[in-house]
Design a protein around this ligand. Structure first.
Ligand SMILES: [Zn+2]
Ligand SMILES: [Zn+2]
Length: 461
C-alpha cells in the first residue's frame, strides 16, 4: 500500500528536521528540498526492531514510513545477508566479562544505539520504490544493492582511490542516524549504519545505493552483493589494496562467507595455490568446492600452521640463482604471496568445531607470519584485544599490511563486477548461502549463523 503525494517544502522540512540527529546528512538532504517536489511514500511495513539489552531485544513489528526526502532512496528489500558481525546486536549477546570496550565504542554520555529502536542489518538488495528529489544515481523500478559501505565519489578518500574509507562512513553513529519510520506508539525507527536490511524496506542515502542490472534470483544476487562477499571479492579482485598476480599463492585464514568469497576471488584472479584454513570441516569442504587447492585445519596443525603454509608455498625452486627462494633459514622466503585474514572473534561458542582462539588474535598473528617476506596481507576481521606482532618482522620484514573496509572495494565500481561474476558463473553463491528464510524466520536463521551451523544465512522478503 502506498500513498504518494507532494508535500509543501515547509511541511516536509519540518517533518524531516523532526527526525532526531543526522546533522550532516540531514542538512544536506534538507538543502535539496527546494529543487523539486519530494517523492513521498507513506507506507506500512514489517521490520525487525532491536531495542534494549539481552536476548529477546529483536522483535518483528509494524512500522509506518516517514516521507522520503533529499537524497534518500526507498528500496523494497528482496534479500539481505545475516552478517556474523551483527550477531550481538540482533541476538542481544553481551561481550564476555572483563572484555575491554571497542576503540570504536561511543564515548560516555553519548546517545546509545541500544536505547533506540533500530533496524539492524548491513544492507541488501531490492527494488527502488521511491526517490527523494535530489537523487541522481537510481530511478524508481531499478534493482539495487544497498551497500554495506558508502561510495560518494566526491570526498577526500574517494578521490584518492580509497572509497572503502568514504567519508560518509563517519556519519553512521547513533547521533548521526536519521529516523525513517515510526512505530505505532510514535517511537522513531532508525537503521543501523543508515542502511538496515532486516525489514521489508530499506531507506538509504544514495551514496550507499548501487544500481545492479541482473534478473538472477534474489538469494543469489543477495549473496554476491552481501557485505561479506563484497569484502572477500574486494580483497582479492578490487585491486585497491593489492593486486593478486596470476600463478601466485594465496592463503585465506577463516572460511566463513567472507573467506569463501576471498577463495573465489583468488581463483578468479588466477592464483594457482589457494590455501584455505578453517577449523570447521564443512567450511573446508566448501572451500575446496569453490576453488581452494589445499585446506588446513588449524586445530590439527597447531603451532605448525605457519610452517605448513610455508611448506606449501616454496614454488618454484629453492635454487636462489634460478629465481627461487629459501624455504628455510632464519628468514625463510617461503610463505603465501598474499594472505586474506577472515577469521575474527567468536561472539558465542560455535556448535560445530571451535577455532584455536575465540578472540581472533591468534589467527590474525598467524596470518601475518605466514605471509611471504615482500608479500601482502589484508585483514578484514573484528577481533577482541590488542595484537602483538614480532617487532622486527613488522618493521623490516617486508610484509605490507592493508586494513580497510570491504576489502578495499569501491561499491559503485566493484559491486556491478561481482554481479557479472555471478552472471557468468565465476562466483558460486549457492555454496555460501546455505540458509535462506522468509522474514518471519529471520531470528531462527540468525541463530544458525551465530552458532556457525550454517555458512551464512539470507533473509528474503
Ligand atoms: Zn556485514
Ligand atoms: Zn566518498
Amino acid at each position: 500500500m502506498s500513498d504518494k503525494r507532494t508535500l509543501s517544502r515547509r511541511r516536509l522540512l519540518k517533518k524531516t528536521m523532526a527526525a532526531a540527529g543526522g546533522a550532516v546528512l540531514l542538512a544536506q538532504a534538507g538543502s535539496a528540498l527546494g529543487q523539486g517536489p519530494a517523492a513521498v511514500t507513506r507506507r506500512r511495513f514489517k521490520a525487525w526492531i532491536s531495542r534494549g539489552e539481552g536476548p529477546g531485544r529483536t522483535t518483528l513489528q509494524d512500522a509506518t514510513l516517514r516521507p522520503i526526502a533529499g537524497r534518500q532512496v526507498l528500496v523494497r528489500t528482496e534479500a539481505t545477508n545475516l552478517c556474523y558481525s551483527n550477531v550481538p546486536a540482533v541476538l542481544g549477546i553481551q561481550p564476555p566479562a572483563g572484555a575491554r570496550p571497542s576503540a570504536l565504542a561511543a564515548p560516555p554520555g553519548a546517545r546509545r544505539l541500544n536505547d533506540m529502536a533500530v533496524i539492524q542489518g548491513h544492507g541488501g538488495i531490492g527494488v527502488v520504490e521511491a526517490v527523494g528529489p535530489d537523487v541522481r544515481r537510481v530511478q524508481v523500478g531499478d534493482r539495487v544493492c544497498v551497500s554495506g559501505t558508502p561510495h560518494c565519489g566526491a570526498c577526500y578518500r574517494c578521490l584518492r582511490g580509497r572509497s572503502d574509507m568514504c567519508q560518509f562512513l563517519s556519519a553512521i553513529g547513533p547521533d548521526d542516524l536519521v529516523a525513517i519510520a515510526d512505530l505505532a506508539d510514535g517511537t522513531p525507527v532508525y537503521e543501523n549504519s543508515q542502511i538496515g536490511g532486516l525489514a521489508e524496506v530499506m531507506v538509504a542515502f544514495e551514496e550507499w545505493v548501487v544500481p545492479i542490472f541482473t534478473k538472477l534470483p534474489a538469494a543469489d544476487v543477495g549473496m554476491a552483493c552481501s557485505c561479506v562477499a563484497v569484502a572477500g571479492l574486494g580483497a582479492t579482485t578490487a585491486h585497491a589494496l593489492m593486486t593478486i598476480e596470476p600463478a601466485s599463492s594465496v592463503a585465506v585464514v577463516g572460511c566463513g562467507p567472507l573467506g569463501l568469497s576471498a577463495v573465489q576471488g583468488a581463483r578468479i584472479s588466477g592464483a594457482t595455490t589457494i590455501i584455505a584454513i578453517d577449523p570447521i570441516g564443512t567450511r573446508r569442504d566448501a572451500a575446496r568446492k569453490v576453488g581452494a587447492t589445499h585446506v588446513l585445519d588449524p586445530n590439527v596443525e597447531g603451532d605448525g600452521l605457519v610452517q605448513r603454509v610455508r611448506s606449501l608455498t616454496t614454488w618454484p625452486t629453492s635454487r636462489l640463482w634460478s629465481g627461487g627462494r629459501n624455504p628455510a633459514g632464519r628468514r625463510p622466503g617461503a610463505g603465501a604471496d598474499y594472505v586474506v585474514e577472515a577469521a575474527g572473534l567468536e561472539h558465542v561458542t560455535p556448535k560445530l568445531e571451535r577455532g584455536p582462539d575465540p578472540t581472533g588474535l591468534l589467527p590474525m598473528q598467524q596470518a601475518y607470519e605466514m605471509c611471504a617476506l615482500g608479500g601482502h596481507l589484508i585483514t578484514t576481521s573484528i577481533i577482541r584485544g590488542d595484537l602483538v606482532l614480532p617487532g622486527n618482522l613488522f618493521s623490516i620484514g617486508g610484509v605490507t599490511h592493508h586494513g580497510g573496509q570491504a576489502g578495499g572495494c569501491s561499491p559503485m565500481k566493484d559491486i556491478p563486477r561481482f554481479v557479472e561474476m555471478l552472471e557468468k558463473g565465476q562466483f558460486d553463491a549457492k555454496t555460501l548461502a546455505t540458509t535462506v528464510v522468509p522474514i518471519e524466520r529471520m531470528l531462527e536463521a540468525y541463530e544458525q549463523v551465530a552458532y556457525r551451523t550454517t555458512i551464512t544465512g539470507l533473509m528474503t522478503s
